[in-house]
Design a protein around this ligand. Structure first.
Ligand code: ARG
Length: 269
C-alpha cells in the first residue's frame, strides 16, 4: 500500500514571494478554504493509501508542501533512506530540521548532500516506473546535486534542466506514471532536456497544454491507475482515460497562490 506524508496547513499563507505564483498573492489566502481543500485532498488520498502527518510549525507557512521535505528511497533490501532537503530560500530553510527529526524518528537513515548544495527533495527528484531517478535543477536545486544523489543512493539518475521560473520544481512540470508513461510540459525544460525526455519515454509521454500546465496538471499524485490533480482539461482527461487512468480532481486553488498543488502537498514515504 502506498504511504504518504502530509502536513496540515494550519499556518499556511502567502507571506513572502519565492516563486512567480506568489506575486500579487501576499496575504490573499483564504485560510478556512485552504483547510477545507486540504482536508478534501487528505480524504481522497487516505481512502486509497495510508497517510502519516507531521506536526505543522507556526511561522513556516510552506511546510504544508511536504514534497520538499526530502528524497525518500527504499532499497531492495528494504533499507529506508531520506536525503533531507537543503532549501534555496532562507524562508524555508528552518523547515529542514523538523523534517529531519520526523525521518530519523521513523526509521529512515537520514542523509545530507554536501553542506552548500541546494536540493529541494521530491519537488526536484522523481522516480519513474523503471526505478530511474529524474532530477530537476536550474531554478531551485543545484545541478551538481545529481552526482551527489547518485553517490548516496547508488541509483540510475538523469538530470533535467528547468528554464522557466513558473515551473521552478520538477514536479510542477513532470509526472512519471506506471508502465513507463509520464506527463510533462515542454516549455518548462531546456531544449536538450525535452529531447532527453522524448528519447526516454517516446510515445508514452503526454505533453500537456499550457493551460493544463498552469492548472498544475503535472503536479499529480499517482496511486495505481488513479491520478489525483487540481484540474485537467477534457483533452487531457481523455488522453489519460485512453491509457487506463482514472482522473480525480481535487480543487486546491488556495495552494496554487503559493505555487503548489496536489502532489506538492504530499510526499510518498
Ligand atoms: N511556496 C512553495 C515554494 O515556493 C511552494 C512549494 C511547492 N512544492 C513543490 N514541490 N512544487 O517553495
Amino acid at each position: 500500500m502506498n504511504h504518504f506524508l502530509m502536513c496540515e496547513p494550519k499556518f499556511f499563507e502567502v507571506r513572502y514571494v519565492i516563486n512567480p505564483w506568489m506575486e500579487g498573492n501576499l496575504g490573499r489566502v483564504d485560510r478556512e478554504l485552504a483547510q477545507r481543500q486540504w482536508e478534501n485532498l487528505h480524504g481522497i488520498v487516505a481512502r486509497l493509501a495510508s497517510v502519516s502527518l507531521i506536526e505543522t510549525v507556526a511561522g513556516l507557512p510552506d511546510m504544508t508542501f511536504t514534497a520538499n521535505a526530502g528524497l525518500v528511497h527504499v532499497g531492495e533490501d528494504g533499507k529506508k533512506q531520506c536525503i533531507v532537503s537543503s532549501f534555496r530560500h532562507a524562508e524555508r530553510q528552518p523547515e529542514a530540521r523538523f523534517f529531519e527529526t520526523f525521518f530519523s524518528a521513523h526509521g529512515y537513515r537520514v542523509q545530507h548532500l554536501a553542506p552548500d548544495t541546494i536540493f529541494e527533495g521530491a519537488g526536484d527528484a522523481l522516480f519513474d516506473s523503471q526505478g530511474r531517478l529524474w532530477v530537476g535543477s536550474g531554478i531551485r536545486s543545484d545541478s551538481h546535486a545529481l552526482g551527489e544523489i547518485i553517490d548516496v543512493l547508488r541509483v540510475e539518475a538523469m538530470g533535467l534542466e528547468l528554464i522557466n521560473p513558473h515551473w521552478y520544481h520538477l514536479d510542477t512540470a513532470f509526472c512519471p506514471l506506471p508502465q513507463g508513461q509520464a506527463l510533462a510540459y515542454d516549455k518548462a525544460f531546456s531544449r536538450k532536456s525535452v529531447e532527453i525526455l522524448k528519447h526516454a519515454f517516446g510515445e508514452n509521454i503526454i505533453w500537456v497544454s499550457e493551460q493544463d500546465a498552469r492548472n498544475f496538471a503535472c503536479n499529480a499524485i499517482n496511486i495505481g491507475q488513479r491520478i489525483i490533480l487540481h484540474r485537467a482539461s477534457p483533452e487531457l482527461k481523455s488522453a489519460l482515460a485512453q491509457r487506463g487512468f482514472e482522473v480525480i480532481e481535487a480543487d486546491v486553488s488556495e495552494f496554487l497562490k503559493a505555487g503548489g498543488a496536489c502532489k506538492c502537498l504530499t510526499l510518498e514515504i
